[in-house]
Design a protein around this ligand. Sequence first.
Ligand code: BTN
Length: 261
Amino acid sequence: MDQAKLKSYLANDAITKLHVFSEIDSTNSEADRLISAGATGIQLVVADSQSAGRGRRGRNWLSPIGSGVYLSLLYPFSIDVSALQGLSLVSAISVHTAIHNYGAENVQLKWPNDVLVGDKKLSGILLELRSFADENWVVFGIGVNYRLSEEQKSLVDRPVTDLHEILPDPPSIERVAADITNRLLQNISKHSESQFSTFQTAWNRYDRYLDTDVMIQNGNQQLLGRYKGVNEHGALLLQTGDEMQQISGGEVFPSLIAVSD
Ligand code: BTN
């Protein structure tokens, strides 16, 4: 990772500190350590590889050198945690926009924060909240597959794609990391002004599962229904019979059974 190049692509001086590593356990874990050590201001942690990259629900995130963008943006909020609702989806929208702007086709979103291309996962996001010294820190951990070998792809327990598969001539890793960070910073400001409602239409436009039958898995609970997109707070809307349920946690799977009409 060329730190000077990355720095020159970052759009504004909102970022007070940039931490670049050739290898780290996890950029999110490093973010956590920085917060505990009394970090101030918005900071960015980027690595060429992670030895213990973390995914959602305790999964690993495969992070070999040169194969992905691995970054964590540390953002201190002095507002109540309830006002942070929807930021997870906003992160995915930010990644989506950056990749879409490179000319990639069929880039879609999967609630709450995956980016897919042709049903294969391109990017995953791990948001972590840390309350420290009167501030609510959000760590936006973003991973984007850049160039994975067939062997590396086979090590992941779900279909995955990468920027080299979906674009004829992808930008450099530094460019991708900066474009996503710039977009995310812009969208965080927008979210602070008007919450998730300004993003609702964009989300529903690109949602992979809109108006399809899905199964929502939340812990041991499974719910079947027709997926109706997200509401103005970013909660998932699931139609089960005559009822519209608002769901704020869990994972979406395509349903193998037709559930409603
Ligand atoms: C998911 O399970 O989809 C979320 C994956 C998040 C991976 C990124 S890579 C950068 C940051 N550091 C981590 O350890 N995880 C996130």
